[in-house]
Design a protein around this ligand. Structure first.
Ligand SMILES: [Zn+2]
Length: 505
């Protein structure tokens, strides 16, 4: 392996539990992580984006039993649905880990053994009310009329010998680590939530089950399989070589960002760094914590009143339209409401009316007034300053994992260019130098926009690039060198083509 010159950037999504098909929540986190990874590739960085599936546990074993197949057959039937969904959404992950892979089992056992050897995993008795559907114990106060508070079904009293991870020993170490890394969680207010939780006192947690067979056996006691956290969270290190390839692991860890939803922040920002510290492994460099993107109940109905899976709307709106909406409409970190009306409204205003309209009117005027050949931009155009601002603001926003602000900054250049055309009215001019100047400037602004918007709209920006006569792949370009004003070349044929974003009702 030779890694030199380029900076590295690594990111992960959570691995998704295969008891259900991909849904909006999975898609949301994955699209954000993908767009950020794509931005870092445009910076010329050596990017590694990891996703995958979480395939062990009691619920999977039960679902397999109910379906009359082995757990392995069951997970083999569901995991490809995630890979297919990510292919459909144009997700550019560099690795897809399944927790049933041998490389994962090797690394999980190494991690468990390291924590056991450190004295942080010990045998103890667990007694409590257990909900099978939750795969979780509840204390009596949490039960509602003796039932699971989430499922409203009876819990079972379980007493079993478990191995426990002594999380309670890590309070001071975690608080010190967070004090030394005050910018590691974005958005920043989530850091207070994490340290606040640590300060309330940490409970040891169970890491094994004797009654479960669908899992990875503990290396020192094969009568137990490990359970949930040591299996699932460990994917982040096993995928990059922990336990199987030390050189790769040392080159790829710690990760720059774990992307996750706010509901699993405790496990990612408290359990996980403590497990790593116990094993003598550096904690992650960063976490990017998203809010919930909720589908708005009846609002999702189109006309019939049926609630649809938002992922089914990709057929209507296109992959880029879908990606754009989830990236642009919700400030990452805040909760968002996914509605059909919101999706259509965003699509029409930002894609059909702004970007699509700009590309179409430029092509129309170049065809009518410039013989279909794109003129070159003027170096002192007033759009040059707008472009420089858009590049700087878009870069800063992607850097701080704020896709909505990044797109707002990029769309600032689209709006400035549309305004420039409206002020100059090149469609009313006679062919000649004046119209060439205006259209060269507009083409150059559009060229820069297609690069800046590429992480969100990978397919349609590449198509605009082609229509304005440019060759090669945008993904081979670099923010900086290729976003400097004044590079649109002379002599290129500009074509209009079919509408990229036909208006929707
Ligand atoms: Zn439950």
């Amino acid at each position: 392996m030779t890694h030199y010159a380029a900076n590295k950037f690594s990111a992960t999504t959570p691995i998704y539990y295969v008891n259900a098909k991909p849904h909006l929540g999975h898609a949301y986190t994955t699209i954000v992580a993908d767009a950020v990874a794509r931005w870092h590739r445009l910076l010329g960085e050596d990017v590694h984006l990891l996703t995958g599936t979480d395939e062990h546990g009691l619920k999977i074993q039960q679902a397999a039993d109910a379906a009359g197949v082995s757990p392995q057959q069951f997970v083999d039937s569901i995991a490809p649905k995630f890979e297919q969904a990510w292919e459909r959404l144009n997700i550019t992950h560099d690795d897809f880990i399944r927790t049933t892979e041998p490389r994962h089992a090797v690394g999980v056992k190494k991690l468990l053994q390291a924590c056991y050897d450190a004295g942080d995993i010990e045998s103890d008795f667990y007694r409590g009310q257990y909900c099978v559907a939750c795969e979780a114990y509840f204390i009596d106060d949490e039960l509602v009329n003796g039932n699971c508070p989430i499922h409203n079904t009876p819990t079972t009293f379980v007493e079993e010998e478990n191995y426990f991870f002594r999380l309670s020993r890590f309070e001071e170490r975690l608080l010190k680590w967070y004090a030394d890394h005050p910018n590691c969680i974005t958005p920043g207010f989530r850091l207070n939530e994490v340290t606040g939780f640590i300060k309330t006192g940490l409970q040891d947690f169970s890491i094994s089950r004797k009654t479960l067979t669908w899992g990875i056996p503990l290396p020192w006691d094969e009568s137990h399989v490990t359970y949930v956290w040591f299996d699932a969270l460990a994917n982040y290190i096993t995928a990059v070589g922990y336990g199987t390839d030390d050189a790769a692991f040392n080159a790829n860890w710690p990760v720059d960002f774990h992307f996750l939803g706010k509901d699993i922040i405790r496990f990612h920002c408290v359990y996980w760094p403590a497990m790593l510290m116990s094993a003598g492994i550096e904690p992650p460099k960063g976490w990017a914590v998203g809010g919930w993107l909720l589908a708005g109940g009846e609002k999702m109905s189109k006309t019939t009143g049926n609630v649809v899976n938002p992922l089914d709307l990709i057929d209507d709106i296109g992959v880029d339209g879908f990606r754009y909406y989830v990236l642009a409409d919700t400030v990452y970190g805040n909760d968002g409401d996914f509605t059909y009306e919101g999706l259509i409204s965003r699509y029409n205003s930002d894609l059909a009316n702004n970007l699509g309209n700009l590309a179409a009117r430029i092509a129309t005027v170049v065809e009518k007034k410039c013989g279909g050949i794109g003129p070159t931009p003027s170096l002192n155009s007033i759009l040059a300053a707008a472009a420089a601002t858009a590049v700087a603001d878009t870069s800063a926003a992607w850097h701080s994992v704020q896709p909505s602000r990044a797109l707002e900054a990029t769309w600032g250049l689209i709006k400035a260019t549309n305004a420039y055309l409206e002020n100059n009215e090149p469609w009313k001019m006679e062919p000649g130098e004046a119209v060439d100047t205006v259209m060269g400037d507009a083409l150059e602004a559009l060229r820069i926009v297609t690069i800046l918007a590429n992480p969100a709209l990978p397919t349609s920006t590449q198509e605009i690039w082609r229509r304005i006569g440019l060759t090669g792949e945008i993904t081979d370009l670099r923010i900086g060198a290729d976003t400097q004003w004044g590079q649109y070349p002379s002599g290129r044929q500009v074509v209009k083509g079919e509408p990229l974003f036909p208006r929707k009702k």
